[in-house]
Design a protein around this ligand. Sequence first.
Ligand code: MD3
Ligand code: FE
Length: 212
Amino acid sequence: MDLFSNVEPTHQTYATGLVYLRGFALNNAPTLLADLNQVIAVAPLRSMMTPMGYPMSVATTSCGSLGWVGDAKGYGYSHVDPQSLLPWPAMPESFLQLAENAAETAGFKDFCPDACLINQYHIGTKMGLHRDKDERDFTQPIVSVSLGIPARFQFGGNKRSDKPIQILLNHGDVVVWGGASRMYYHGIMTVQANTHPILGNKRINLTFRKAG
Ligand code: MD3
Ligand code: FE
C-alpha cells in the first residue's frame, strides 16, 4: 500500500467538536479536481498580500458568492475578485454536495456554505499559526478537504501559546471543524518534498465556510 491509497475509512469525533473523516473525498477527488480547474481558469490562484507587508507563500483563490481576500490593510470576504473585479465563480455542485454531506455526517444538518477558499501549497510553503475569525457566525463549522501531497497540520487551542498537536492530512481527507475547535489556532507546517500521482508536487486544500 502506498502513502496515498486509502486505509479503512475512519470517522473520528473529538471532544473539541472536530470530526476527522479519513478518505471521505477520495472517490470524488477526480470530479473535484476537474471542477477546480474550471474555477481557477476564471479566478487564478495568486499570493495575497498580508498586512505584515509580504505576500503569503500559499496561493489562494475562491468560489461561491463570497471569497476570502487579503491586502495591505487586512483580511476579509468580498463578493468580487479584486484581481478581475468580477464576481467569484459559482461554487461547483460537486463542491457543495461534498461539503454538505461531510457536515451532515459530522452532525451539522443545515450547513450551507457561501464561500470556498482554495489554497495551493508547493513544496517549501507553509501557513503560520492563525485562527479563522473573518466569518459572521462561529456556530457554523468549517469543512476542509485535502488533495495532493500530504501536509502536517498543527492544531493548538484558544491561545496562541497553547501547545499544538500535529495531524497528517492526506489526499482525500476531510475534517469538519465545529464546536470549540472552530476557533482554535491552527496552521500548516512547511510542506516536504513529495509527489502525488494526480497533482504532482502540489497540495490543494478546499475550505468551505458560511462567511456572510
Ligand atoms: C480549524 N487552511 O484556509 S485546513 C485556512 O490546509 C486554513 O490550507 C489550512 O487554515 C490548509 O484558514 C488548514 C484545516 C482548517 C481550516 C480552517 C479551520 C482547520 C480549521 C478553521 C478553524 C479551525
Ligand atoms: Fe485557517
